[in-house]
Design a protein around this ligand. Structure first.
Ligand code: MG
Length: 375
């Protein structure tokens, strides 16, 4: 492992775990967190959860699991470039989507809408908060505590966003959303690694699906520049190789730009500890030019892929499944297994949200059929 910078998180100086445990032997505290994440149930379920395309639509599309692995790969490169803790950033990246519902954002939006409609006092549903809830409460693997009992630094990184009303209930890990401070540099970088990963793989999956085309993508500066370069270099290469070379070059451009811009900010502000990172302005950032190009890319994907009629059709079906399930369980909790039944109505709504959020795409489809179809 490379030398850690003064502003990196250090496992021996961790702000600790909620439940005290002896220090690990033969690995550091962040490695232990990463290992706990890989061994948990929610991590295995990521394999059968949608990123954009339904899990069963094709074997080559990303799932939440392959997305999380790609985020971890990009995040680790960034950590090495910038001298922050590679095991910590890997743990954050692998855990960042553990709270995702089935059916991607459609599932999350509908679950949030259901919580607001049927249990307004419960405070809605948010996937970031749910990721933290999975590692803090929902996993049942250890005899002495609920959840995975991860280090503060890992939990801090998992909670990327949080509404103030939720932050107030979260103790130390919620504080930064109330006082306007930052997370560690590892957490900041993992967040941008997520963005680099999904923008690029959604282009790749979007092209593979035929819902977007290379011609459309040429309107984007970041794509057009690399496409022209790759074509000049490999004039006879077939299209799929060109596309993969372009995506490779775009990821590389984004990673290097983020590295250089962040290095410049570090040189400027000279943080000498992670607490100084937390107290200062955000450190991890793209340059203005690349930020604008990445935003244009995001907007392109929103307009042309996420709002494509075929994706909307899938989304509408997915929302209906989540809504039907939620409503059925609220109206008749006897449909639920004992472990998800609660006396208090707010707690009941939350338990239903936990149950649905934990479902894979295919489990949700099966459960919907089991409840609504007599066969
Ligand atoms: Mg993600």
């Amino acid at each position: 492992m490379q030398a850690l910078a003064a502003y990196a998180c250090h496992p021996d100086a961790s702000r600790g775990r909620v439940h005290a445990e002896p220090a690990p032997v033969g690995r550091n505290a962040f490695q232990r967190d990463r290992d706990r994440i890989i061994h948990c149930n929610a991590f295995r379920r990521l394999e059968y959860k949608t990123q954009v395309f339904l899990n069963h639509e094709g074997d080559l599309f990303r799932t939440r699991l392959t997305h999380s692995l790609e985020v971890a790969q990009i995040a680790r490169s960034l950590a090495r470039n910038l001298g922050v803790h590679e095991d910590l950033i890997e743990a954050i990246a692998l855990a960042h989507d553990l709270g995702h519902t089935p059916f991607g954002h459609a599932g999350q939006d509908e679950l949030n809408a259901c919580m607001r409609a049927f249990a307004p006092a419960a405070g809605g549903f948010e996937h970031n908060l749910q990721s933290l809830r999975v590692v803090d409460e929902l996993e049942e693997r250890y005899a002495a505590f609920n959840g995975l009992n991860l280090c503060f630094e890992t939990r801090e990184g998992i909670l990327k966003h949080c509404a103030r009303r939720h932050a107030r209930l979260l103790g130390a890990v919620g504080e930064r959303f109330l006082n306007g401070t930052q997370a560690s540099l590892e957490a900041q970088l993992a967040n941008l690694a997520d963005e680099i990963a999904y923008n690029n793989h959604d282009i790749d999956d979007g092209l593979r699906s035929g819902l977007i085309t290379v011609q459309q993508l040429q309107r984007l500066e970041i794509f057009a520049v690399h496409y022209a370069q790759v074509r000049r270099r490999y004039p006879n290469a077939e299209q799929k190789r060109l596309v993969s070379e372009v995506i490779r070059a775009m990821i590389n451009t984004l990673v290097l730009d983020l590295t250089h811009q962040t290095q410049a900010r570090i040189a400027d502000l000279r943080p000498s500890s992670v607490d100084e990172v937390r107290a200062g302005p955000p450190l991890a950032a793209f340059s203005e030019g690349i930020r604008a190009q990445a935003d244009a890319l995001k907007k392109f994907l929103l307009d042309n892929l996420y709002r494509h009629s075929q994706v909307i059709r899938m989304t509408a079906k997915a929302r209906r499944i989540v809504r039907d399930l939620f409503q059925a369980f609220i109206e008749d909790p006897r449909l639920l297994a004992d472990e998800y039944r609660r006396e208090d109505p707010v707690a009941q709504a939350r338990a239903i949200a936990d149950y649905i959020a934990g479902m894979t795409d295919r489990y949700a489809i099966r459960e919907h059929r089991a409840i609504f179809v007599m066969d």
